[in-house]
Design a protein around this ligand. Sequence first.
Ligand SMILES: [Fe+2]
Length: 173
Amino acid sequence: METGEAIHTVAMTEQKAFHGWNQRCSLFQVVAQIEQKMNACSLYELLAICWETGQISAIHNHNDQNCWMAVPMGKLIVQNYHILDQDLDAGRCRIEKADVIEMDPTDPVAVNPNSPVRKVFNPREFGNRAISFHIYSRPFSSCTVFSEDQKTCRDVDLVYTSEYGIRKDRAVC
Ligand SMILES: [Fe+2]
């Protein structure tokens, strides 16, 4: 089995388990966005992120790691970006919009390692909450975020809202 095929199998298995769990829990009543760390080892980690309508991520990279995404519920848009130039030490960059991808339960995506900068959002016009699974290999604890308008970039630490179903104290990120 190829790596991509194996990852897809993991995502689909977790997707079925997560769907039943979500039906039993008032997940979205707790916080606007929850990251649920579901499974992890030194080679990969699996996150679930819940999206209210209108929610949008920062423009970010993936710290030179591989990333696969599946959306078991709802639909999400991925806006990819090209980096024109970047000076992380000075906090300056120029980026431009590239292609747009729509993700839904039948269309998982893999982050292109050669073009890893993107934002993800749940447009209000979709009118539904969404859930996304993210498989990172290897796991990473920080990434670079970008501002297209301000032409700035900086490294940020990543935090989990919960791990293995246990809610964590909210950390500032
Ligand atoms: Fe991402």
